[in-house]
Design a protein around this ligand. Sequence first.
Ligand code: IFM
Length: 438
Amino acid sequence: MATHPAPRFPDGFLWGVSTSAHQIEGAVQLREPSVWDVFTAGPGRVKDGSTAAVACDHYHRYREDVALLADLGVDAYRFSVSWPRVNSPGGLDFYDRLVDALRAAGVRPVPTLFHWDLPAGLDWLERDTASRFARYVSVVADRLGDRVDKWITLNEPAEHTLLGHALGAHAPGGELLFDALPVAHHQLLAHGLAVRALRASGATDVGIANSHGPTWPASDGPADREAADLYDVLLNRLFADPVLTGRYPDGIGELMPGDVPADLKIIAEPLDWYGVNYYAPARVGAPRGAETGFGGLTLPAELPFSVRGIEDRPRTDSGWPVVPEGLTELLTGFRDRYGDRLPPIVITENGCAYDGLDDQDRITYLDGHVRALHRALEAGVDVRGYFVWSLLDNFEWAEGYARRFGLVHVDFATLERTPKASYRWFRDLLRRQGRRTR
Ligand code: IFM
């Protein structure tokens, strides 16, 4: 564990923690179903056979969770708004109460408008889902916009496309491989339309939360480099380039549906900041003609790349390698690639799965990444905030409750919350950055 205090970040730097609706809220009977409710009802979808029907019961216990945030001393709390809940009677009232409680506790609310829990019956393969999303965004912004100023349109459209529509590991369970590309385009279009809807309601602080990580070729050989480049296009640039430059990477635009040049103008609506979720780099090589593992998943042999292990690093309980300097590399690489087109960056997620209340491994992980972030600042990257994933242990999608990402332990039998060593570590870090518990 680190013995030196983390370096000082600039005044005004935004420190926070993140969660998402489906992973913590529970109270599913009070809202219409989402694609995740439908997906988890099927056999064998979630490793421990669990569902998010109760999860952390945050819907009923949000006051306790807001008190944990206030005691932690964060500036901001990133949560997501459940579209199916907003569609249900009284659903928006919950977010009203949550936002009011956060503000009363001196914590800035930062809602994400889509974090994978699409209303059942809608489908990102349909273009119309994007305009429906924009209408829902207007409803939420009209209701909360007098108390919320910082907004996130989408969370990780890359993972939602890949895991949910290409590989079948997440809801809605599509196994379309490259035929899932329209899902990416329609989410990006939804992002751009949502930016316009938010602006129309007066919002002035709008971003997206895209997941990114460096792609390391397995070797210098041309086949490995070519495979790694394709992976980088599909997981990183496909989602950053259109938003930041108004163009798809070469060869991608032709594969997308609709009037792509017109859509790109919408997708590239200027943002106030760009959110990056960072967990680990990927080492990628040429296909090996056999299935390969990828973060606990099995990738089909027909993909034009294979994901290799990063063996010389410690691993989290999810099996993900711990590579803090990958964050510095990623951010300086973004600055070099996108230059003036890159708005200020906010790290909207960073964290790790480890068991136990005395979670020294999480402290080591977070400490290393906070330092790596500071090195990016020193290198001239304009970074304005850092959010830990996550406040609470929660429903980790297809992994169920077996992967614990929280600063706060949740006993899923009693729903009791217990702050972990990492919670106290983060609180101390925030105090040294001049934040006070409230
Ligand atoms: O739990 C997820 C979150 O919903 C999206 N980003 C990655 C986290 C850890 O897997």
